[in-house]
Design a protein around this ligand. Sequence first.
Ligand SMILES: [Fe+2]
Ligand SMILES: [Fe+2]
Length: 272
Amino acid sequence: MSDAFVTRSLDEIRFWSRIMKEHSLFLRLGFRAEDTQLIAEANHFQAIFEDIERRSHVFSVDTDPQTIRAFNTEVQNAATHIWAFKRRILGLILQCKLPGGTNFPLLVDHVSREANYFRNRLDELNRGRLEPLHDAIIDENLFFLKIMADHAKFIGHLLDPSERKLVDQAREFSHEFDQLVFQAIDLSSMRPQSQTVPLLSQFVDENKVSVKSLRDFKKTASDLIEQCRIKSIIHPLLADHVFREAERFLIILDMFDQSLSGHKVNKREILF
Ligand SMILES: [Fe+2]
Ligand SMILES: [Fe+2]
């Protein structure tokens, strides 16, 4: 049990600390040259998460769970601080106090939601209170489908307008994922009666198909940007970043798929 706690904690921290480190860089790139205080704060968070990422790779499955528990608390604290920083930036942008900056409000909101997800996960791990499967399936999908819908919108807006075909493809993904978000909201609203194995399996399978095709689109875009074959203002690291987040979602969907197939015997019953 302790091993699972250590493995799971390290996996979350290794993935999300790198993500938080990169958010700090992206936000900094979107500030104006005169926003020296915000730039310094972004650099500070980049250094903090780089250090956390490095230390997470020093620990292993054999590390004492108590050490990991303390590490989780420390990282959760850092995630809370970067979340507050992101929300403060969002406030400044929405009050038009950073005119000429290039961070979209939706992007800042988006990265703050990811920080919030990270700190909640660490909190759940330390309390030993991970959500039961039937709720996790709906809640994780609600979170990640919105994240995927946002990514499609960012890609569509950061590609050069002359890349007409790619912009169209990004818009189609945006629409597709908005529809999936609404389906997830509907399924959530019908809880707990909607939490049957056949409905949840179908929900996971359908989302998986769409996430795979978005993941492939991101991979293609990322390669094209890396090779300088398309026109955009997308940082190559951002293209890779959103690709990795889609991969993460797919791993979670596969995990749900496997857990659900273990419940096939009573498949007409509500999954509790
Ligand atoms: Fe991200
Ligand atoms: Fe993201």
